[in-house]
Design a binder for this molecule. Structure first.
Ligand code: FES
Length: 326
């Protein structure tokens, strides 16, 4: 999907809150629950493609992003939620207070991790990062592409769907269990890229950073990431800059300790946001001119270099004035 397509898709869906009902709930591992969602009054849900995620608006006021992990041809959506005791409360709420029959609201789906057509794929998943990969395997299989998956986890018991993946796909799926085999050798997992091969990886930041570091020998644009947590940046040297709103010509000053999102909202313009840490893509905004200091975990390196869009909740200017399509 091109950036323009992504923008168009976002524009169509991000404003809309969709009421859904939890049709089923199942505990997948001790720390992961799976929810199946259907539209209220059996209203059909929007279509989606592998790699897409939704915002789930929880009754306790938190919003969280979860990858859709079912089959796009199903009428229901499915997500898996890992309990994160050190998180901000969203996953704990899902585990402790979301049951079959409960009504929720969702936004999306959005997809910044779409599967590009290719003759062969290498998938790397760490922990709950398996969720966006599951529908990708189906799509790769349906397209007749060659594919392999390495699925890493701390313990066998904590890995969702591990058994069905290995039983269903034979030699193409390799499990790496840290408690049995030690830390995975990321360099070995990235060895010998084959002609036309694309790599899709989702998992903890440490794993994705290792892939980024050690995957420099892969052709440009062949490695795709989906991150669940924000990229850590040193903000101590941040400085003030200006943002010009293209529609009105209005110029706003963004102080060193504020985000573009905050300042634009303060000026009276409504902007939707969700994660506010650069991981969901909800606040994606088109750049008319000026160089962006990209700090999000959504856009690929290539998309950041293209400088066509930015996440205004975290990214800043690398020039005195940015002109944004607002
Ligand atoms: S609000 Fe999620 S990326 Fe900005």
């Amino acid at each position: 999907m091109t950036v323009a397509d992504t923008l168009l898709a976002s524009a169509r869906t991000m404003e809309v809150e969709i009421p859904v009902v939890v049709a089923r709930r199942r505990r997948v591992t001790a720390d992961i629950v799976r929810l199946w969602l259907i539209g209220v009054d059996a209203r059909p849900l929007p279509s989606w493609t592998p790699g897409a995620h939704i915002d789930v608006l929880l009754p306790n006021g938190t919003e969280r992003q979860y990858s859709l992990c079912g089959d796009p041809s199903d009428e229901e959506w499915s997500i898996m939620v890992l309990r994160e005791p050190q998180g901000r409360g969203g996953s704990q709420y899902v585990h402790d207070a979301v049951w079959t029959g409960q009504k929720l609201k969702v936004r999306g789906p959005r997809n910044h991790f779409a599967l590009d057509p290719a003759p062969r794929y290498r998938f790397l998943a760490g922990g709950i990062g398996i969720t966006p990969i599951l529908p990708m395997l189906r799509e790769a299989e349906a397209a007749g592409a060659e594919w392999s998956l390495t699925y890493c986890g701390r313990s066998r018991q904590g890995m969702a769907c591990a058994e069905e993946l290995t039983v269903g796909h034979g030699g193409r799926v390799r499990l790496h269990v840290d408690s049995e085999q030690g830390v995975p050798d990321v360099a070995a997992l990235l060895s010998d890229p084959r002609p036309g091969e694309l790599l899709y990886a989702c998992g903890p930041n440490s794993m994705l950073e290792a892939i980024e570091r050690m995957g420099a020998h892969w052709p440009k644009g062949s490695i795709h990431f989906e991150r669940f947590s924000a990229v850590t940046r040193d903000t101590t040297a941040d400085t003030e800059f200006e943002v010009e709103l293209a529609s009105s010509g209005k110029v706003l000053t963004v102080p060193a300790d504020r985000s573009i999102l905050d300042v634009v909202r303060e000026s009276g313009i409504q902007m939707l946001s969700s994660c506010q840490e650069g991981t969901c893509g909800t606040c994606e905004t088109a750049v008319v001119s000026g160089q962006v200091d990209h700090r999000d975990a959504v856009l690929s390196k290539e998309e950041q270099e293209e400088n066509e869009v930015m996440m205004v909740c975290v990214s800043r200017a690398a020039c005195p004035r940015l002109v944004l399509d607002l």
